[in-house]
Write a new protein. Sequence first.
Length: 268
Amino acid sequence: MNPQFGNGAKCVFDDFGPAAGEAVILIHGHPFNRSMWAPQAAALAAAGYRVIAPDLRGYGDNPATEEKTPLASFADDLAGLLRDLDIEQAVVGGVSMGGQIAMEIRLRHPGLVRALVLSDTSPVPETREGAGFRRATAERLLAEGMGPYAEEVIDKMLAPYNVTGQPEAAARVSAMMRATDPRGAAAALRGRAERPDYRPVLAALPAEVPCLVLVGADDVYTPVAEAEALCALVPHARLEVIARAGHLPGVERPEEFNRALLGFLGGL
């Protein structure tokens, strides 16, 4: 089987764990790739879950072919991947942009979503100022490459004390950012500049679709207060604040993140 995205690009993904296990798809953020989920994939597969970790189009091993990639295109890509794999329903999880794609999947393909896992993400629509910043950043990445950007944001992706205290994690995150094709990153930024409002999607989430919200205690991009506001939209949602972590708690505190995730999945 060789699934493809709608633009004809090969869909590159990892498939861990038993084929008969409950399916969990994990969606990486910007500007990363599927390898960021390695600690989660190992833990979930060991617990009997089937874990699908894709590279989004324009990221990782998937080629960049477009000037703009809306969140809807990412969502349709992943819905198509699940169907190609004969997965009727999955727990859909993502971090940051990946969390927004997870919400978009719920919006466009609601029947595919068994449960939602939203890490360090926001459901609010893009502001005019934010849209301008994303478009300007897209042009900057195309002009400068990923190196200057990666150096600038590393202590926002990770809590500053983890950049120095966890040099291996910092090196891993930095390497993922630097390896990203600027064209793919720019296309996604242009798409996110048009991000819609996902709050109605969350407010309408029924009790039979559980929701786990995770956030690093020291996330500066999506602070705890924003995670609390997101959680308040879904009366049955569960909030887990991961101590001593920034925007990527699954990387910074994998054991704590995995414990919260497995606890949530065990209750489904």
